[in-house]
Design a protein around this ligand. Sequence first.
Ligand SMILES: [Zn+2]
Length: 452
Amino acid sequence: MDPAAEDTGVLVRGDVVTMAGGTAEVRSGAAVWICGPRIGAVGPWDELRAAHPRADVVGDGRGLVTPGLINAHQHLTGDRLVASCIPEAISSEEAIFGWAVPVHDAHTADDDELSATLAAVAAVTNGVTCTVEAGTVAHPERVAAAVQRVGMRTMLGRWGWDAEGVPFGAPADEVLDAQRRLAERYPPGGLVQAWVTLVGHDLVSDELFAGAADLARRLGTGLTFHMSPHDRDAAAFLARTGQRPLVHLDQLGVLGRNVLVAHAVHLDDGEVSAIATSGTAVAACPWAYLRLAQGVTRAGRYAELVRAGARLAVGCDSENAGDAVDVLRAAALLVGLLRDGSGDATLATAADGLAMATCRGAEAIGLGGITGTIEVGRAADVVLHDRRGPQFVPPSTDPVRQLLWASDGRSVADVWVAGRRVVADGRCVTVDLDALRAEAVERRDHLLRARL
Ligand SMILES: [Zn+2]
């Protein structure tokens, strides 16, 4: 350790939930010492203050300190600039071809950067320190610039698919080549690192799925794609292959511990088993399924995935499918759906929700040894939640239960990513949001006009 850093750094004071070992134990009257990009110490406030008298102090002891939140599926481009603009009472075909495709098509490189900047500001302000991007069509390097500026840990993705006659598609070898180039530019280990990212659904050939899985293993990256948020993917796979999607992909050799499937709502028993036995992770984005009427309450199998030991993380999807980039809000809903759908109050609790949003989420995206817990040597991805709001009066004897069920991102006050403070007193300090408001309105109007 740098001796000069020994007595400086930052002490974050409050009740601390480290999530070490996956348990939501609360250490009252504690502090976390952030030293450079890592966590240097966790312990009683009095002891850490005495040991680091020159450290800056954030928090007066009344807040709750948790690991940074993991958003395992978030579109950083395409929707942000038309956030909550796509009508609700339309078919999914109209939403895709009447809105998503023309809006994506009209995006400039500047739009991609502005969109990702705004989405990342929304994320960090709600305590998200790490995001798996769901895929950018055209300008991933501009997305990288945006998230670097905001300071959010990001798994960057260039969207690929090879179905013929579909907008933005390309032959499998071209898609793989573009994925490889991005991964080489943003290699594993960086704050911003690329993943092999396919759109998934029934828009990807077996050749491209298998090639992408092989590429991700060779490069040491994750592989992510969408599958079965609705029941149409299963119908398409059954017609083409005679098998349901995740059984087919398992037999192709695609699934594995470096694979993160977004959604996986509509599954049969064989698919639940394929996910669990292959160690494949799932990003559950429950607000999107409710918002888009996709059927999680009538057909979702998340309870079965949990019982089978599958690795579940939480995602927020997009600003027209869930809308709020708020992992706490999504985690509470996911826990509620697990409890209600199973009728089993022991299946998942608020502590499980926080675990899926932190340590288990980090493990699911391959960053288990790096982030997701507050432990010495881990990345200093830390959130201080302000508990002065009315939802915390009186404070519960179980702070995690109250955080998850009674609050959400609104209580996030201060956020560090790899030791860099990106949110202070509830405001993003790396990007001036006010300076982007007028441009955001102008580009929103431009994109909405472009679809006419
Ligand atoms: Zn998505």
